[in-house]
Design a protein. Structure first.
Length: 337
């Protein structure tokens, strides 16, 4: 097994001190050009790779930030992570991506791991709104920014979308098209985004003179395509006269699952059932029947959250937390009539 080349070997090969090699690596501007070139040539010839972990340990913080999301398989979080990575890269930082799978125990394990790695800060879409674990992380010196979530105590910076408004936009669109038998395809109500989008739909129903009970609620234990297929199968099993004429799905993955089941059961979209999704992921526009969806600024959410985190790291104790709220936008396509 090859043994990594040490900084002492580079110094001996170049005929300089270890301190000079260190300066070439960390403060090259203070080293004479000829010496710098000689050391660089030795580094290249010997194949030296600096021990960044040791350097970061001496500095007290790594050149990384942590990003903890609920489901990395969801394209919404993939796009969000891209926005985070764009900003982190500009600052010379790397991103450690963690997938909590909507499990609090797994989330806590990742938070412990990120703290052990001395990340500069943590961006997180938390499983639960109660933030005791996050507050403890902050007290120990690690900044935290909530992404696609709001800080109930305003004890952290946060970046979110007005999901109540988004649910209202979706339901209002269906009501304006003449639908009165509308279904809500959702997931666990303890997920803030699910609860807010449901609340927005109810708000639109009430404004139209309909009762909360007029919104047929179907729930699944997940927010993916398979969960949408299960709800779609329940809808397809209903008699045509009893079946809702429109479905508002809490995200696009569920909407795609519902759409697949409608197609499999030869229920026409949008002629028999209209479908609205949420997030406006790329697959929404590329579906067999392009989905009407409530668009969230996914990459912008990630970029803004990363900027807030970097500001907090730079500001230190003088930092003041900010809560940024974006407005969603309805994108109308062929899945609604």
């Amino acid at each position: 097994m090859n043994v990594p080349v040490s900084i002492k070997e580079v110094a001996a090969h170049a005929g300089v001190s270890v301190a000079t090699v260190s300066n070439v690596l960390n403060r090259p501007e203070i080293v004479a050009q000829a010496t710098r070139e000689r050391v660089s040539a030795s580094i290249s010839e010997l194949g030296f790779v600096r021990n960044e972990s040791a350097r970061q340990l001496r500095a007290g913080r790594s050149r990384t930030i942590g990003l903890v999301v609920l489901d990395v398989a969801n394209p919404f979080f993939t796009d969000l992570a891209r926005g985070v990575e764009d900003e982190a890269s500009k600052a010379g930082l790397a991103v450690i991506l963690c997938n909590s799978d909507d499990q609090e125990r797994k989330e806590n394990r990742y938070l412990d791991l990120l703290e052990e790695h001395r990340v500069q800060g943590v961006l997180i879409t938390p499983v639960a709104s109660e933030g005791t674990r996050l507050a403890r992380l902050q007290r120990r010196g690690t900044p935290v920014v909530l992404v696609d979530s709001r800080s109930p105590s305003r004890g952290q910076c946060s970046v979110a979308v007005d999901d109540v408004l988004g649910g209202d936009l979706a339901a209002s669109h269906l009501l304006a098209a003449g639908h009165e038998r509308i279904a809500f395809s959702g997931g666990p109500q303890n997920i803030r985004q699910v609860a807010d989008r449901h609340e927005g739909a109810l708000r639109a129903m009430k404004r139209s003179g309909l009762a909360p009970g007029d919104l047929a609620v179907f729930r699944a234990d997940a927010l993916n395509v398979a969960a949408g297929q299960r709800i779609g199968a329940q809808l397809a099993a209903l008699r045509a006269g009893d079946r809702p004429t429109a479905v508002f799905c809490v995200n696009d993955l569920m909407a795609l699952g519902v759409l697949q089941e409608m197609t499999r059961n030869r229920i026409r979209v949008p002629e028999d059932v209209s479908i609205v999704g949420y997030d406006d992921i790329d697959f929404a526009a590329a579906a067999a029947v392009p989905l009407t969806s409530v668009r969230q600024p996914r990459q912008q959410l990630g970029r803004t959250a990363a900027r807030l985190l970097l500001e907090e790291v730079a500001d230190g104790d003088s930092h003041r937390h900010r809560q940024v709220i974006f407005e969603p936008e309805l994108v109308i396509r062929q899945s609604t009539s």
